[in-house]
Write a protein that binds this ligand. Sequence first.
Ligand SMILES: C[S@@+](CC[C@H](N)C(=O)[O-])C[C@H]1O[C@@H](n2cnc3c(N)ncnc32)[C@H](O)[C@@H]1O
Length: 223
Amino acid sequence: MTKKVAETFFWHYHFTKTIFPNSYLTQINPTDGKGIEDVRREYCDTCSSQVFSISQKASIVIYNLIHSLKPPVILDLGSGFTTWLCYYSIGNSTNTTIISVDSSNDWIAKNENFLTKHHIKTTISNYKTFEKSPPYLPSGSLIINDIGDPDNFILRESSLHLLTEYIKNGAILFLDDIHKPRVKAAALQLIHDNNFYFQDLCSITFDNFGRYSWLIFSKPNES
Ligand SMILES: C[S@@+](CC[C@H](N)C(=O)[O-])C[C@H]1O[C@@H](n2cnc3c(N)ncnc32)[C@H](O)[C@@H]1O
């Protein structure tokens, strides 16, 4: 896709279709933000780092998305702080299933250990297994895509092809690291090829590393 076409798509979709009205997004400020911040700091200090973990701002948006959308399934692609955040956000609800996936077995073990310390008993799946037999995701499910090495984003890009059918069937994709040209180009291609819509979350997710996120979906809220 040429730069000009990409920009045309960006502005068209940005202004015409959204999941949430902007007034909703600017109100995002959960009272439990402090709890999220404390555990995120612990996670970055003991398991990972600020750069490798999803940002505090994106975490708060994800927490609110989970509360508003009440997704039947959350697919957490790229395990880590987001995995803890998903469990924290659903609380005691048994209506949401969380599926967490990562490409590195060492990383999976490290994160399962962190989750166990926080009284969350779960098994994280390997990406190869996920790729071979992708699980069923009902309409309204939420996919958080933060997978792969943030230095090259090859896996993030290739994983988008696997997510196309999920989005067509009504899942909503929260895609992080849109500031990376490679991720943005792949996202625009996905949107263009499938007539998907997106909502730019830059104003509420932009952090001190310049990172921000988009929502990508096939069924906009027309109201
Ligand atoms: C981009 S991180 C995202 C994790 C998660 N969504 C979060 O919020 O923490 C996922 C990948 O980064 C790699 N990774 C994470 N932290 C790392 C670190 N401190 N050093 C090296 N690789 C790391 C892991 O191999 C993993 O596959």
